[in-house]
Design a protein around this ligand. Structure first.
Ligand code: RIB
Ligand code: CA
Length: 324
């Protein structure tokens, strides 16, 4: 990897349409120095995630020596009451049968790093001269295993900016967001890390949108990254709204331009039980004075910088301009 300017980052992905948008933004941003990418099962199985990730990096023209490693193919625990383990659920309704909008991108010949994801993450973090920003955009199994296997890497993590959770509501269930639902135990381990964490949840995830007009123009571009981004956005286009969310790419925008995100330091717990609530991120917005009678007050929750608002126009513009 040549000398790079910009903030050092590593992405953990389950590519997926919006993970692909995040990769396109990270590779093309002059403000970021993408050091590596790790893959985990989630939107689709691990092998398709790896193939999709390599294909997207080919389109983006990422350096061939950018390390990509495969990680966990299942969550830490397969929940007892889900007929099919969350991470092996198909994502056809969101990401297409191949997990990448069924665009039929050519197979990649890009080499996969021989190291497992946890090893690559460790080597990238401990080998970096300056602390690295970790950007998990998928079920957090790889990150939890990293923190439990090599806790010393925490000194070399500048911040974890993760897409996951929600202050209100869910998407995969009424209570839970997919990345946390797919591996709630892993999310709880990551939330408890001794590093600053930004939780980029559903409350902002769907707000950053690109219009159908703009996506159509991008899909006609002769710039490969813009063309692929346009095709992916058109695949996710919401006919009623006339726009599509950039999803995970918004978390990358939050690394590039953190002042575009409104956050508040709030206690967050991950619900691990509950037939209907497993994977819920319980964000405590109560005033301190209201907590005197809280039976849980003896069990302090991790405090995360929770995204409550986003400058959606600015992030959408940043995304479109950077990939174009
Ligand atoms: O809930 C949204 C998240 O689930 C995104 O990361 C999307 O790619 C899926 O993994
Ligand atoms: Ca994802």
């Amino acid at each position: 990897m040549g000398l790079q300017s910009g903030r050092p980052v590593v992405l953990d992905v389950d590519t997926g349409v919006d993970d692909a948008l995040a990769l396109l933004l990270a590779v093309n941003s002059p403000d970021l120095d993408l050091r590596g990418v790790t893959c985990v099962a989630g939107n689709t199985g691990l092998e398709p995630v790896v193939q999709n990730t390599l294909r997207v990096l080919d389109v983006a023209g990422a350096p061939l020596d950018l390390p990509v490693a495969a990680g966990a193919r299942r969550p830490l625990l397969d929940p007892p009451h889900i007929a099919e383990p969350a991470a092996t659920q198909t994502a056809e309704h969101v990401h297409g049968a191949d997990g990448l909008a069924d665009l039929g991108l050519p197979e990649s010949t890009r080499p996969l790093d021989r190291r497992p994801a946890v090893q690559l993450l460790r080597d990238l973090l401990l080998g970096s001269d300056t602390p690295v920003t970790l950007v998990p955009l998928a079920p957090m199994t790889n990150i939890a295993l990293l923190l439990r296997t090599y806790p010393e890497v925490q000194e070399k993590i500048e911040r974890i900016v993760l897409m996951g959770g929600a202050v209100n509501g869910g998407n995969v269930t009424a209570a839970a967001e997919f990345n946390v639902f797919a591996d709630p135990e892993a999310a709880a381990v990551v939330f408890g890390a001794d590093v600053p964490i930004t939780m980029y949840g559903l409350d902002v995830f769907y707000s950053v949108r690109v219009s159908e007009t703009e996506a159509t123009a991008m899909a006609a571009s002769d710039v490969p990254s813009a063309r692929l981004a346009g095709q992916l956005l058109l695949f996710r286009m919401n006919g009623e709204l006339g726009s599509a969310e950039i999803g995970d790419a918004g978390a990358v925008a939050a690394v590039i331009a953190p002042d575009g995100l409104t956050t508040e330091a709030l206690p967050v717990r991950v619900e691990l039980e509950g037939r209907y609530t497993r994977g819920c991120t319980v964000v405590d917005r109560r005033a301190e004075s209201d907590k005197d009678w809280d039976p849980h007050r003896g069990f302090p929750a991790p405090v995360l910088d929770v995204a409550l608002g986003v400058d959606a126009i600015r992030y959408a513009k940043l995304f479109v301009e950077t990939v174009s």
